[in-house]
Design a binder for this molecule. Structure first.
Ligand code: CDP
Length: 210
């Protein structure tokens, strides 16, 4: 059986770090699906088009290649916010489904992280992990990450961002953020990167043993 792991969770929960770490450990390709929505938003902003222009958003989403993302440009705070706006457009989500499922069905396996991987993109994934942490912990992690990239950080603003994004991602009608019934929740509030990784490995081996 090839290895397919679906990782979902709210903003700055540590799912990206965990997914990259697992991908390295198992030597399988990793897709950060947040980058698809970030790149769609970036394309619209570049064209000077509104983020709610459905037709243009779909055209940008369809034209994305999964590989050539400029991470640095896409990872900033503003692009995360813009991404969550385009991600609420059902037509944009639909335009990105095939590419994500193709990635998931690679013979060598895949580790995919996002908001709807275990619920919509790969409902049959044998391993699903829902990564979460308290909003304060997530804001702290985001503050460290942004400071590391040289962005100015204001903790209160980041915490407000996170609550707004949680609300938007969970309440949208199309593929809202929610825990798949067969996902295992991993709360990383009190866990460092290595501890979270060890806990995830246990979840993976527990699932493989069933
Ligand atoms: O870690 P953070 O949430 O800041 O960033 P991300 O994972 O790159 O996601 C950015 C935004 O894209 C999220 O707030 C979601 O609205 C959206 N997204 C989504 O709707 N579905 C996905 N599979 C991945 C991201």
């Amino acid at each position: 059986m090839s290895m397919l792991i679906a990782i979902d969770g709210p903003a700055a929960s540590g799912k990206g770090t965990l997914a990259r770490r697992l991908a390295r450990h198992f030597n399988v390709p990793h897709l950060d699906t947040g980058l698809l929505y970030r790149a769609t938003a970036a394309g619209l902003l570049q064209q000077g088009v509104r983020l709610d222009d459905v037709e243009r958003a779909v055209a940008v989403a369809r034209g994305l290649a999964l590989t050539d993302f400029d991470d640095d440009q896409l990872r900033g705070r503003e692009m995360g916010e813009a991404a969550s706006i385009v991600a609420a457009i059902p037509e944009v989500r639909a335009a990105l489904i095939d590419a994500q499922r193709r990635f998931a069905s690679r013979p060598e396996g895949a580790i995919i992280d996002g908001r709807d991987i275990g619920t919509v993109i790969c409902p049959d994934a044998p391993v699903k992990i829902f990564v979460t942490a308290s909003p304060e912990t997530r804001a702290q992690r985001r503050a460290l990450e942004l400071a590391g990239r040289g962005e100015k950080v204001d903790f209160a603003a980041l915490l407000a961002d996170i609550s707004k994004r949680d609300e938007r991602d969970s309440s949208r009608s199309s593929a809202p953020l929610k825990v798949a019934p067969d996902a295992i929740t991993l709360d990383t509030t009190a866990l460092g990167i290595e501890e979270a990784f060890a806990a995830a490995l246990q979840i993976v081996s527990g699932r493989a043993a069933r």
